[in-house]
Ligand binder design. Structure first.
Ligand SMILES: C[S@@+](CC[C@H](N)C(=O)[O-])C[C@H]1O[C@@H](n2cnc3c(N)ncnc32)[C@H](O)[C@@H]1O
Length: 632
């Protein structure tokens, strides 16, 4: 139920950088400069408005956001700038200005360097790149001519005894100056990349891999992207598209620090230039976002209270009535009196989406105004502990927290109106929060995760009551952008459970899910699912799919049907279900009892509470089967 908490502190700038990272940011400024110059799409759009206008980015600035809020139909939400701009007080204007200048500051940081680098370092890197790969260069001819000129000038110094000599010297100096100016102009000209320039791929792989100079690598990335974007005109005759792509993938690995396996997996999700925008966006932290706890307050009141503490914030975007985006704060946002009083929780913007898609209704055993009932399950006991702490702080009274392997549902309990499966995943959507993902995921990890996700999604589907008057929905979400963990899993569920269909998520932004991907073809309804990207939506990479369950019978190939509640749950063959899949093995044994941990629940008491909740649920809702209590 609760989304992933956002872990970053408020920041309007790139995160603190290691030396290598600094280098990278520098190279990335070059990239922007070079991008403009060479018309290559290497510009990070993370914080601005994207080409399709989907970004709710902070650098849209307060005035842009203000317009959005004014346009909003939410009358009671026009408060957001009340303290600042509605009153038009001096303080308000100042704050507005400050906001703009803070934003501009972050832009200027990039822009200023652009100009400098365009004149010098970018030119330098271009020259460097050319000399590395162009065999005509480096023969020393021009250099020796230059040296001769210098010798001439210095030689004449010792002979300036009469007027003629002086005149001669003056003429020589003029000529030398002219030659110098011409050479400079020529140098400038040769640094301008013309569209019809052909980029010569390096011949020697070994030499290429030695080129760890990030600026050289960055310049080469630009060149290759430029060629790939106009392949027919720009290609070298004897080189295939794959030649260019394989060089590009190597360079991207070097430049952004990914392992080759993950780089390839992510690269092919996007058109070439967009892939680079995605990798750039992963280098920049997402805005800190908070979710108003409507059990305790309203967004406008919360915002006012935080503004009074000097917090600089805005509504998260038109799409949410409860979210706020925090730009900067003089106080730790996870320790304000409002936070401790449970008026909000830290939650990544993307984590709002699956809950919105789930759209729980009042009085359902799911959510809302403490009327229904929520079963919140996580196989990781430590996570359930922080979940319980959050639930108490937020004043939630209708939640049952359980600690099962999700594959045991509906064996544990079923018949829900709605289920949200926020599945364990590789985290390729949250690389800006956890850069270790770049290197610590292998092919085997993806296979195991995908397998686990497939088992969990079947369990989730089987745990929903198709006859629910208000529901019968399942939402599947991940914070990953890979197809293996998203469309592949959803397509698998459609095949294995013909008693469900995909429906609209009702989220009015996001990219359509893939119906084809490389050699794979998915069910056409996969276009109803939604993808979210950091470079496009200024939120973590995310995926959301919504199913409607049509029947509790599972049609099988031979025409038989099976009750989904009778469907045997998958039970893990491992103690660490988040890490290893069961390989689809069915196992009807009870899961192994866990070792006592440092901070423990009273398991018996918890079990009793859970059973009591289940019994209560049975009273209010018929048709839910509780399995008899298992004894060890
Ligand atoms: C993406 S996170 C969900 C985060 C959740 N929405 C929250 O706000 O805490 C995936 C969660 O799945 C849990 N998990 C991993 N394997 C599981 C399994 N087999 N059954 C149930 N939960 C599992 C992990 O411990 C992790 O907390």
């Amino acid at each position: 139920m609760a989304g992933r908490p956002s872990t970053k502190k408020t920041s309007t700038k790139a995160s603190p950088a290691s030396p290598q990272r600094n280098n990278k940011r520098k190279a990335s400024h070059l990239k922007e400069a070079g991008g403009k110059k060479a018309k290559v799409g290497l510009i990070s759009k993370v914080s601005g408005t994207s080409k399709n206008g989907e970004v709710a980015g902070k650098t849209a600035g307060k005035s842009a956001s203000k317009k959005t809020a004014e346009d909003s139909e939410e009358d009671d939400e026009s408060w957001a700038y009340g303290a600042v701009s509605e009153s038009e007080s001096e303080a308000g204007e100042l704050e507005d200005d400050e906001f703009v200048s803070a934003d501009e500051g972050s832009d200027i940081e990039i822009g200023t360097l652009d100009d400098d680098f365009l004149g010098d370092e970018f030119a330098g890197s271009d020259t460097h790149a050319t000399s590395m790969f162009d065999s005509d260069n480096g023969d020393g001819k021009e250099e020796s001519e230059g040296e001769d000129d210098e010798e001439d000038i210095f030689a004449s110094d010792s002979e300036d005894s009469d007027e003629d000599d002086l005149e001669a010297k003056s003429r020589k100096l003029d000529a030398a100056k002219k030659a110098e100016a011409e050479a400079a102009e020529e140098e400038l000209r040769t640094n301008i990349v013309h569209d019809d320039d052909k980029y010569v791929l390096p011949e020697d792989d070994h030499e290429t891999l030695q080129s760890t100079d990030l600026q050289v690598v960055q310049a080469r990335i630009q060149e290759i992207v430029r060629v790939l974007n106009s392949f027919r005109e720009m290609r070298q005759e004897n080189r295939s598209r794959n030649d260019y792509i394989s060089q590009l993938l190597k360079d991207l690995c070097l430049y952004y620090g990914y392992n080759e396996y993950l780089m390839e997996k992510l690269f092919y999700i996007f058109p070439v230039s967009e892939a680079i925008e995605f990798f750039e966006a992963n280098e920049v932290p997402r805005p800190v976002t908070i979710r108003t706890n409507t059990l305790k307050t309203r967004r406008r009141e919360l915002a006012q209270a935080l503004i009074n503490r000097g917090v600089n914030l805005d509504p998260i975007g038109k799409w949410s009535k409860v979210g706020l985006q925090v730009f900067d704060s003089p106080v730790p946002i996870g320790a304000t009196p409002e936070y401790l009083a449970g008026h909000y929780m830290l939650q990544a913007a993307s984590s709002f989406l699956p809950v919105m898609a789930l759209a729980p209704q009042e009085h359902e055993p799911a959510l809302l105004k403490n009327t229904g009932m929520v079963f919140a399950n996580d196989a990781n006991k430590d996570r359930t502990k922080s979940l319980v702490a959050n639930i108490h702080r937020l004043g939630v009274k209708n939640a049952v927290v359980c600690n099962y392997d999700g594959r045991q549902f509906p064996g544990v309990i079923g018949g829900f109106d709605r289920v949200l499966l926020d599945a364990p995943c590789s985290g390729t959507g949250v690389i800006s929060k956890d850069a270790s993902v770049k290197t610590n995921k292998s092919e085997q990890d993806f296979q195991m995760l995908s397998q686990l996700q497939k088992e969990l999604i079947l369990s989730a589907i089987d745990s929903v009551d198709a006859a629910s008057k208000t529901g019968g929905y399942i939402v599947y979400s991940t914070c990953s952008v890979t197809v293996d963990e998203n469309e592949d899993v959803v397509n698998y569920a459609l095949r294995k459970r013909p008693n469900v269909k995909l429906v609209s998520t009702a989220l009015d932004f996001g990219k359509e899910g893939f119906t084809r991907y490389r050699e794979k073809v998915f069910h056409p309804s996969l276009s109803l699912t939604r993808r979210y990207y950091p470079h496009m939506h200024n939120m973590d990479g995310f995926y959301v799919a919504k199913f409607k369950k049509l029947s509790n019978k599972i049609p099988s190939k031979n025409g038989d049907t099976k009750d989904s509640e009778d469907y045997e749950a998958f039970i893990p063959i491992t103690d660490d279900p988040g890490k290893r899949g069961s390989g689809g093995k069915k196992n009807t044994k009870s899961p192994k009892t866990e070792e006592p941990e440092k901070i423990t629940f009273n398991d018996e008491e918890d079990e009793e509470l859970i059973r009591a909740s289940k019994a209560k649920l049975l009273q209010t809702k018929k048709g839910i089967k509780l399995r008899p209590k298992k004894t060890e």
